[in-house]
Design a protein around this ligand. Sequence first.
Ligand code: C5P
Length: 150
Amino acid sequence: VAQQLGHGHDGPMGTGVSDRDGRREVAAAALVDSGRLLLAQRVSPPELAGRWELPGGKIEPGETPAEGLSRELREELGIEAVVGHRVGVEVPLPNEMVLRAYAVELKSGVPVALEHAAVRWVGVDELADVDLVPNDRAWVPALVELLTRG
Ligand code: C5P
């Protein structure tokens, strides 16, 4: 509601839309298909390049998290996806941002790395050995559960 009324808090970078706590959301996809999780390899910044993440991005003003995450997945991977429930803890980011993961199902298309170095599917047995970006490591227990119990 705050967003619709234009009462969202502008962060130091003038990022615009924010949640009711005044935080801008970054949404990431826990996309599971045939019992495996999709990971994408970052190309930037240098300290994260080569490491793997749940694909996603910043929610724009006027978008719901589901709309914003669907848009990011279309742009980054060329897929249509259905965004479901929250997964795991929320992770505070710098600049009044917060990172949240959502369970996502593939609706159509095959994920292609349009903005990443590569994409890969990992099973639950491989997850512990992947070089995940530090923020996403907090989700490993919840991802194991998602992959194990569906
Ligand atoms: O991908 P993008 O750079 O737009 O993401 C915005 C911020 O969220 C960055 O600081 C990025 O490191 C972080 N992020 C993350 N884990 C993800 C997706 C984004 O830590 N799975």
